[in-house]
Design a protein around this ligand. Structure first.
Ligand code: NAD
Length: 256
């Protein structure tokens, strides 16, 4: 039980990657605060099944005030926030000239600005207590681009840059900040892109394979469990000098 006594917040953890990471942190004994708009009761039950303490806060990650309130609530109720996993994210695809302005604003707010707001609120407590881990779930799209994903690619590149700044500002302390850059993971966010292909006439299995074979040489999805294992490593003493990394776990996507 590597993380007994630690308090972790995983934003956007009611489904997909965030929920997988939350479960692994809980399995290592951390108290885990869930957040997000999915099935809260189911997510809480999965944390309870590990035997760890779990809680939930409904902060909207597009709202800086709600983010500040959530971090203050965690520190007040649990005495600390030791591990911050910035995972909440949304996607929208369209060419730049057709990209709705309100979708651009929402993606920048949720996928990028929220990482600044959570970190800004959590760092003083980590610095006062002398330990912390900030782990940002970026994407391969933090390092390379794909067409029709202007807001997402811009936000994720921003997350990788912000990660490096936070890592440098805390480099002489036991507080690290790193980004994880997944390739395709089969979650509701990606299913929505497969569904778009199915709606355009592709057969469901062909749509899944086409999505994978365009980018991911493994032709298999990365799993939330595999990403959770990397989060645990970054939280461990073995990860203590990994600082400012953008660590891809992508089935070979970036090796091409
Ligand atoms: P998902 O849709 O399953 O989960 C997203 C989570 O964010 C959900 O819990 C949702 O309720 C929450 N969320 C959305 N808007 C929110 C808001 N305003 N406030 C609070 N919570 C909000 O998606 P996922 O695939 O698990 O994505 C998780 C992260 O991983 C995202 O940042 C995404 O960009 C990144 N990512 C995903 C993939 C992939 O292939 N699925 C690849 C690379 C990176």
């Amino acid at each position: 039980m590597q993380l007994t006594g630690k308090v972790a917040l995983v934003t956007g953890s009611t489904s997909g990657i965030g929920l997988g990471i939350a479960q692994q942190l809980a399995q290592q004994g951390a108290t885990v605060i869930l957040n997000g708009f999915g099935d809260v009761e189911q997510a809480k039950a999965l944390i309870a099944a590990t035997g760890a303490e779990g809680d939930y806060h409904a902060a909207d990650m597009s709202d800086p005030q709600q983010i500040a309130t959530m971090i203050a609530w965690i520190e007040e109720k649990y005495g600390a926030l030791d591990i911050l996993v910035n995972n909440a994210g949304i996607q929208y695809t369209a060419p730049v000239e057709q990209f709705p302005v309100e979708r651009w604003d929402a993606i920048i707010a949720i996928n990028l600005s929220s990482v600044f707001h959570t970190s800004r609120a959590a760092l003083p407590g980590m610095q006062a207590r002398g330990w912390g881990r900030i782990i940002n779930i970026a994407s391969v799209h933090g390092l390379v681009a794909s067409k029709e994903k202007s807001a997402y690619v811009a936000a994720k590149h921003g997350v990788v840059g912000l990660t490096k700044v936070i890592a440098l500002e805390n480099a002489q302390s036991p507080i690290t900040c790193n980004a994880i850059c997944p390739g395709w993971v089969l979650t509701p966010l990606v299913q929505q892109q497969i569904d778009k292909r199915i709606a355009a006439g592709e057969d469901p299995e062909a749509a899944r394979l086409a999505l994978l074979s365009e980018k991911q040489p493994a032709q298999a999805f990365v799993t939330p469990e595999q990403l959770g294992a990397l989060v645990l490593f970054l939280c461990s003493e073995g990860g203590a000098q990994v600082r400012g990394a953008a660590w891809n776990m992508d089935g070979g996507w970036l090796a091409q």
